[in-house]
Design a binder for this molecule. Sequence first.
Ligand code: C5P
Length: 298
Amino acid sequence: MSHSPANPVEITLPAHAKINWWLEILGKRPDGYHELFTIFQSISLADEVRVGLRAAPGIELDLSDPHLPSGPGNLAWRAAEAFLQAWGEPRGVKIALRKHIPAGAGLGGGSSDAAAVLRALNRLAGEPFSRERLAEIAAGLGSDVPFFLFGGTAVGLGRGEIVRPSPVQVVDEVILVVWPRFAVPTAEAYRWIQAVRKASRLTEADLDTRMRAFRRVVTERRWCDLRNDFQAAVFSRFPVLQAIRHRLHEAGAGGVWLSGSGSALFALGPSEALQEAAKSPRLTELAGCFLVRTVGAY
Ligand code: C5P
């Protein structure tokens, strides 16, 4: 319940999922992380996050899914903890999380929930932090979390935490997200890649080349020219993903890609074909289907 728009005590926000249009692993860094070039995209599939500030200290997290951790094991809980620590006020936080985004699917559900908690608390607390400071707090929670403060189509650099808006925005594109009902652990997927090349940062010219390639993919709808460096390693461990991809192509999809390190796939193509595919038993017997749209920056 919000008392007044200027001084709310509680805020409800959608926490949108993401896909990665492009995910390139440039090498392994001395700190153990991998240097990335990625293009994130917010999609309409979303969790619902309700956040309230309280006078009494403590963090309470209510979850619609009893299988997920409701304490420090949940990134939304840790986001509240990190915010309170940075803010320094002896207050408490209550979070209610209604989950719709599958976990361990490469759709960024946990990271998006955490970012929504940070955005909501910053508003409830009277904006003590700039977006840049909030992004620093977000980066301490996970590599993907800063992106979810901004949304839309955005470029991720470094370990993914350095976020810039993309010069190419993909507006209102229909995407079929296909979830095979199992999880892929991200840290393990990075080990499967066995990146040996020493990480080097991309130059502005390298970035330009990639953005030109991406612009061509979007304007000419050449969805098979996207890139995901996890795809070969993850597909070889989970052959059912290849079967799903095959069925999506049969149904008329023009490009089928892993989101992040998986397990979810996303398909692009004529929207009628995607709508038909989402209802076809050939797919639904193997996976859950979510017909979504791209969402702009918020
Ligand atoms: O940053 P985050 O906690 O989301 O990362 C989870 C794990 O994924 C890390 O512990 C690391 O093993 C791996 N990772 C990586 N390179 C990245 C991002 C994540 O190796 N750029």
